[in-house]
Design a protein around this ligand. Structure first.
Ligand SMILES: NC(=O)c1ccc[n+]([C@@H]2O[C@H](COP(=O)([O-])OP(=O)(O)OC[C@H]3O[C@@H](n4cnc5c(N)ncnc54)[C@H](O)[C@@H]3O)[C@@H](O)[C@H]2O)c1
Ligand SMILES: O=C(O)[C@H](O)COP(=O)(O)O
Length: 540
């Protein structure tokens, strides 16, 4: 016998079966059992062993070691939920899980304090060279004159990423009488004042900071945020700490900067390739590292284990959804009507997030015509989730409104009962340092989301997969030149959409592509005469 829940998933009346496949505090297994699940704890298996086993489970509880790939999901024919006891879900193929109807949950706050404390510990370890001093002392060298440290009091800490962990680091650093300069496109001036930090652009932060600590997810925007070029812009003698994700710092450039003395010290908890069993950085003076231990305290591991087990068991047994990254909370009646609007809203939010991500202070979500008859909250939540997913892995429709409020983003909802040019319309307008930017979309046919306006220019397009956005001066021959460039680089154009303000004025070109565009091709496109803006876009 099966029971259907409001989320549309069928659950067996037999006890749900959960596999814990990474090392997790025993409280997780206890909670699963207490809440009515059967649980197996089998860690350290190869992907092949997991593929052979996963078919029998309804839930999979993981940390960062298990890589939940499409191959594993394909074999997971009974799986309903994946729970990450921790924050980062870059080890889960979320699009593949969503396509398969598997809910992915995480525990966004359980290990934040612990990770922030690890960053502070790394800062002190660098400032006083504690690991090397310890090693030499225990080797019998008593190197009393070999280590001259620096104080942190009065120094400037550059915070890249001022979210949950970054803001805890800031509060601890302020307690240590440091000055904190923060770079985060989502940090509003009001929130910066509340946190007691100076909001800055990246260049200013690099020029001012004595210590730099990273607390962003790894995204297309943050990959190599401390690139060779940016490391060169840092103050001589800077010390760098990364307890967020490998790939945020160019490791080869860091090695060279440590060797030249431009960087006085670096501490990494995370590496581009993990487990990092070898690295050119190993053995470099003033380099220290830990094996992804940021979340490894008793307190944090109990927190995340309890939380993940409660959330997963609740979902499997009663259908309750908490901290899902790929599923909204909705009542059974509302869900079918709202679902297409939420898909549209998330795409519009993602579009403005990708195109106008700098200094966002205000966002207005307007619904018009048929959309104005519905509960607007899930539409707003979907816009905010689409927008904020550009910045954080932990955003979902449930927590996006809360996060937007916490970050001081002014969110306005407007309802127009009248119909305009379209039977139903959702418009998203953001205020950025360049002024107001607005996009709008409608539902076509059987609820198909369609973009109908971008920054005041009428254009009809589906927002799907890899896309290329170009703003240019309307002139004959331009489209041919773009087509030739993509063709020469074996990039196939799927669909082609064009809009313009007036003949000979500003025009927008939106192309859907069969494969992503490389940085080199984007660079070449920017050099074509008449081109003003070129951006690669990605939609789920
Ligand atoms: N080392 C560990 O064991 C460990 C433990 C927990 C979390 N983490 C990692 O730490 C990171 C931060 O976690 P969190 O909970 O604070 O996340 P969060 O989502 O609360 O905060 C991330 C912040 O980064 C900002 N950001 C995004 N793109 C940016 C950009 N281009 N430039 C500057 N800022 C940008 C966001 O606006 C947001 O404020 C995540 O990558 C997480 O996986 C590591
Ligand atoms: O994103 C996280 O929560 C951290 O990277 C912790 O990872 P772990 O659970 O493997 O320690």
């Amino acid at each position: 016998m099966t029971v259907s829940h409001s989320d549309g998933l069928d659950r067996n009346m037999t006890k749900p079966k959960v596999l814990i496949s990474d090392k997790m505090d025993p409280n997780a297994a206890r909670i699963f059992t207490e809440m009515g699940c059967d649980v197996d704890v089998i860690t350290g298996e190869t992907p092949e062993q997991l593929i052979a086993r996963i078919g029998e489970y309804d839930g999979l509880a993981i940390r960062s070691s298990t890589k939940v790939t499409k191959a594993i999901l394909d074999a997971a024919t009974n799986l309903k939920v994946i729970g990450r006891a921790g924050i980062g879900v870059d080890n889960v193929d979320i699009p593949a899980a969503s396509a398969q109807g598997v809910v992915v949950m995480n525990t966004p706050f359980g290990n934040s304090i612990t990770t922030a404390e690890h960053a502070i510990a790394m800062m002190f370890a660098l400032a006083r060279q504690i690991p090397e001093a310890n090693a030499q002392t225990q080797a019998g060298l008593w190197p009393k004159n070999g280590f001259m440290g620096v104080e942190v009091t009065g120094k400037t800490l550059g915070l890249i990423g001022a979210g949950n962990i970054g803001s805890i680091v800031a509060s601890r650093a302020l307690g240590l009488k440091m000055k904190v300069v923060a770079f985060d496109p989502f940090l509003t001036p009001e929130r910066a004042v509340e946190m007691g930090v100076e909001k800055a652009d990246l260049e200013t932060l690099l020029a001012k900071a004595d210590f730099i600590t990273l607390h962003t997810p790894l995204t297309d925007q943050t990959r190599n945020i401390l690139s060779r070029e940016n490391i060169a812009k840092c103050k001589k003698g800077v010390r760098i700490i990364n307890c967020a994700r490998g790939g945020l710092v160019d490791e080869a450039a860091l090695k060279d900067a440590l060797d030249s003395g431009h960087v006085a010290g670096a501490a990494l908890d995370v590496f581009e390739t993990e487990p990092a069993k070898e690295s050119p950085l190993f053995g470099t003076p003033n380099f220290i590292c830990t094996p992804h231990l940021g979340a490894s305290t008793t307190e944090a591991q109990v927190n995340v284990a309890l939380q993940v087990a409660e959330q997963m068991a609740d979902f499997l047994v009663t259908g309750g959804v908490t901290n899902a990254l790929n599923m909204p909370s909705l009542s059974a009646e509302e869900a079918p009507k709202l679902r297409p609007y939420m898909a549209l809203a998330e795409k519009l939010g993602s579009l403005v997030g990708q195109l106008a991500h700098d200094n966002l202070t205000k966002i207005a979500i307007e619904v018009e015509g048929a959309a104005a008859q519905l509960n607007q909250k899930p539409i707003t939540a979907a816009v905010l989730a689409g927008l904020m997913k550009q910045y954080s892995q932990t955003v979902n429709m449930v927590n996006a409104p809360f996060l937007a409020k916490e970050r001081g983003l002014d969110v306005r909802e407007v309802r127009h009962d009248r119909e305009g040019e379209y039977r139903t319309l959702v418009r998203v307008t953001v205020s950025t340092s360049q002024g107001e930017r607005s996009v709008a979309g409608t539902l076509f046919g059987n609820g198909q989301p369609r973009l109908v306006e971008i920054f005041g220019i009428g254009i009809e397009a589906d927002l799907d997969g890899d896309m290329l956005y170009i703003v240019n001066s309307d002139a004959p021959g331009f489209i041919g030149r773009i087509g030739t460039l993509l063709g020469q680089n074996t990039i196939n154009i799927g669909t082609f959409h064009l809009g313009r303000r007036e003949a000979g004025g500003e025009a927008v070109l939106l192309l859907s592509l069969d494969n992503p565009v490389s940085e080199d091709v984007l660079k070449e496109a920017r050099e074509i005469q008449g081109v003003r803006v070129v951006k690669a876009l990605k939609f789920a």
